[in-house]
Design a protein around this ligand. Structure first.
Ligand code: ADP
Ligand code: MG
Length: 262
């Protein structure tokens, strides 16, 4: 079994609102899946279920063959301890719409923090690695600046470096460019494109169709709590099988930001 992420018949309700209605999704190791769907279709909820920030009501999610919040005993799933959940969760990098950097820490301190506190990495080692990662996202010269001294696009690139510092097996992105001014979107998408090309396994919730076309191995469309479309971008974008996909594509097509063209 080679899948990095395997979600089967995932169900989730909030009170009477059924948000996930039996989601099936497989993400192969080293592949990039872009998750599309209109606002309220359950994309963020699904990402939060993947790293067990939300519990699920039915179905199963495994990362690299293992549950994040449960241990299988025979045919039963038993909840495991919070500490072990946190350890397993740290194998998944998450980048949100809002950057959530620590305001009182510099860029390099933000990136170096979790490896020291969660993994016990030596501070000097964590710092060296953090500087490498900042270089990788094009911010070598901003390492000693505080978040307020950085643009939104730069802050989001720090957030990506911070997630990478934990050596994740899987990266989840939840509309990472939606809160950015349009002129700052491309610099973040280009970092994500590089990451995709280097073989990182990624699930990306985005409206950036240009990015999806270039980076995604598959695009997956969610509608009414289920997956209604799952295929390579060339197929889904040219011959969408579901009416909701057509509506989504025509809405976002004009607003897509151009990334690098190599
Ligand atoms: P998307 O990310 O696709 O816009 P969400 O996953 O954020 O969608 O939300 C899907 C639905 O679930 C929405 O109707 C939203 O109001 C509801 N929802 C999300 N989180 C909660 C929560 N913690 N409590 C109650 N309802 C929620
Ligand atoms: Mg959302």
């Amino acid at each position: 079994m080679n899948a990095m992420l395997e979600a089967t018949a995932v169900r989730k309700s909030f009170g009477a609102t059924q948000v996930l209605n039996g989601i099936d999704l497989t993400v192969e190791r080293g592949s990039v899946v872009c998750l599309l769907g209109r606002s309220g279709s359950g994309k963020s909820t699904f990402l939060r279920c993947i790293n067990h920030l939300e519990t699920i009501d039915g179905g199963e999610i495994t990362i690299d063959g293992r549950h994040i919040g449960y241990e299988r005993r025979g045919d039963r799933l038993l909840e495991i301890r919070e500490r072990e959940i946190a350890r397993r969760r740290s194998e998944i990098g998450m980048v949100f719409q809002r950057f959530n950097l620590f305001a009182n820490k510099t860029a390099v301190e933000n990136v170096a923090l979790a490896p020291v506190t969660v993994k016990g990495t030596r501070p000097d080692q964590a710092r060296r690695r953090a500087l490498e990662l900042l270089d990788r996202v094009g911010l070598a010269d901003k390492a000693e600046l505080y978040p307020t001294q950085l643009s939104g696009g730069q802050q989001q690139r720090v957030a990506i470096a911070r997630a990478l510092a934990m050596d994740p097996k899987l990266m989840l992105f939840d509309e990472p460019t939606s809160a950015l001014d349009p002129e700052l979107v491309a610099e973040v998408l280009n970092v994500m494109l590089d990451l995709a090309r280097e073989g990182m396994t990624m699930v990306v919730v985005t409206h950036e169709l240009g990015f999806a076309r270039k980076a995604a191995d598959r695009v997956v469309m969610m509608h009414d709590g289920v997956v209604v479309e799952d295929g390579p971008p060339t197929t889904v974008f040219s011959v969408p099988a579901h009416a909701s996909t057509q509506a989504f594509l025509s809405h976002w097509a004009d607003q897509s930001i151009e990334t690098e063209t190599k």
